[in-house]
Design a protein. Structure first.
Length: 555
């Protein structure tokens, strides 16, 4: 789909690809999106998805979906399936190119044997603590392992026995033999294989007790798939020399080029999988698809559209410098998308009954489904003697500038008449029970000459209203950078990130709305039908307000 393709706006990766194609280095580009199936994808992954699949589309190349599944302890099929769903939802198709790094386990083992035979890998018996001590620091070189100079024959025998399961976890590793004095710690004889007994891999079952590391698996998987441009975020920049070392020293069929770009850092949220896992596991949210989460599943449930997320990814661009992106930019993208697409409806979230004293019979009002798109048509809205308005649209003692209903004042009902508040009915405690108002029956769709009515409010017919639950979602954290300065990011969780309103009154056109349908509730914001919704108990989620008012009055 062309609207899902990466924008033709120039960025440094596009310039590299254009130069490679022009020089004849590649006839066709091949990229890949390589998630680890140890959690749900978040908005940061969307940037990588849009970039990798979009560049491939733009240049007539291909993009693979590959799961880098080298750590079965944290991985499972739930995450695999959720990732596939998210990529499809964003509008991209890997066709028949779905791969798992575990598809290559036998080949990876063979390449490790090749490294041993070349004297470039050895079996080490240092435990994790000893290995850290030998590795050195950023300012001090490391020390050679006492097992570094084993013979090729001994290493081959030990490695074969590691695969056969003769040794316990942590007792042996296979390490690359590179340079313990390298200023790049990643080149100080990194671990290529470790032993993991008693785990069941979601693809290979119990066939292996020996698992390759990500840094070894990833470059070789790219090379086996013929990837031309291996795009990753900046934290892998220091790993690039190891990436290049791996593909240079084994007999893989191609030599991919790793290129780093800035990851997405977004205000008022966290992007660490570990922290997101903790939010779910500790019960701070109601699951990976909680609409407060920055996961694609959460954003989808909140009502975000694939087009809005792709547009957001285009707007933030592709750079080599990390930066913090304003949440308002993401919210603006969905607001603009839904403004053009979402049908309009009226919904009273905090109902206050109004009895219209001079109305005796029900009527039908005609309303546009979209003020800017006549093709969306119109709908009929029932109007009767009793209606609901929002409690915030009435004030007995109005503040300065209040333009809604007041005692003795007039206001226009959207798509209907001008009404005047004649009486405020209260209980013994002084609480407002209902209003009594008169209708000017000559004002349907017009203002009589010389008469000015400034306020326009929404309403629903009490007799025909649909009772619903509405969930008002806000930003998950109350500060732009939760966890900054070493603070516990949990302390910044916004206690008002979810407010649940029950007994909301919706116009009858919303009866039977299906999961995922999106609407603009006039004067309130954009809402989506939640998967929890039923015909007996409709549930709507706030996607985003009509304008950016977040943060006013907040520190």
């Amino acid at each position: 789909m062309t609207d899902a393709a990466e924008s033709p706006r120039t960025n440094f990766i596009r310039q590299i690809i254009e130069a490679d194609l022009a020089s004849g280095k590649h006839d066709r580009i091949a990229t890949r999106f390589p998630p680890e199936p140890n959690g749900y994808l978040h908005i940061g992954h969307a940037k990588s998805i849009v970039l990798n699949f979009g560049l491939a589309q733009s240049f007539g190349g291909i993009c693979n979906l590959r799961f880098d599944d080298t750590n079965p302890i944290k991985e499972n099929m739930e995450f695999v399936e959720s990732i596939k769903e998210d990529v499809r939802w964003l509008g991209f198709d890997w066709e028949d190119r779905l791969y798992f790094a575990s598809d290559y386990f036998e080949q990876l083992y063979g390449f490790a044997v090749e490294l041993i035979e070349k004297g470039l890998a050895y079996v080490c018996e240092l435990n994790a603590e000893e290995m850290r001590a030998y590795r050195g620091t950023l300012t001090e070189p490391g020390k050679d392992s006492p097992y570094r100079d084993r013979s090729v024959e001994e290493n081959l025998d030990l490695f074969k026995r590691m695969r056969a399961g003769e040794f316990p976890d942590g007792s042996r590793t296979l390490r690359a033999r590179i340079d313990m004095a390298s200023p790049n710690i990643n080149l100080r004889d990194p671990v290529l294989y470790r032993i993991k007994h008693g785990v069941v891999h979601h693809q290979t079952g119990s066939a292996w007790c020996l698992y390759p590391t990500y840094d070894y698996t990833h470059p070789i998987s790219d090379a086996l798939e013929g990837i031309t441009h291996s795009l990753c975020t900046l934290e892998f920049e220091d790993h690039r020399p190891l990436y290049d070392w791996c593909v240079a020293n084994v007999s893989v069929p191609s030599k991919p080029r790793q290129i780093e770009f800035s990851r997405l850092n977004l205000e008022y949220t966290v992007m660490s999988k570990r922290r997101l896992t903790d939010l779910v596991g500790e019960g701070h949210v109601q699951g990976w698809d909680d609409p407060r989460m920055p996961t694609l599943a959460g954003l989808r449930r909140r009502g975000y559209t694939p087009a809005s997320i792709r547009e957001f990814c285009e707007r933030i661009g592709v750079t080599k410098s990390d930066n913090l992106v304003e949440m308002a930019l993401l919210e603006s993208a969905i607001r603009e998308d839904l403004d053009a697409k979402a049908p309009r409806r009226m919904a009273v979230l905090r109902p206050l009954k109004v009895v219209l004293t001079n109305v005796s019979e029900n009527q039908q009002m005609e309303a546009s489904n979209h003020p800017k798109d006549a093709a969306m048509g119109t709908r009929s809205i029932p109007f009767g003697r009793e209606i609901y308005i929002d409690r915030t649209d009435f004030e007995e003692q109005p503040p300065k500038g209040f333009k809604r209903l007041i005692p003795g004042g007039e206001v226009r009902l959207r798509n209907a008449y001008v009404i005047r508040c004649e009486e405020v009915v209260k209980n013994e405690a002084g609480e407002i029970l209902e209003l009594r108002a008169s209708v000017d029956l000559d004002t349907l769709g017009k203002n009589p000459e010389g008469r000015k009515v400034k306020g326009v409010i929404h309403w629903v017919s009490a007799e025909h209203a649909v009772s619903a639950e509405v969930r008002l979602y806000d930003r998950l954290f109350g500060v732009a950078t939760p966890g900054a300065g070493g603070a516990d990011y949990r302390e910044a969780i916004n206690p008002d990130a979810l407010r649940v309103l029950t007994g909301c009154m919706l116009e009858p056109a919303l009866r039977g709305a299906e999961t995922g349908e999106r609407f603009q509730f006039e004067r309130e914001g954009y809402f989506v039908v939640d998967p929890d919704s039923t015909s007996e108990h409709p549930v709507f989620n706030l996607t985003v307000g009509l304008r950016d008012t977040w943060g006013k009055g907040r520190s």
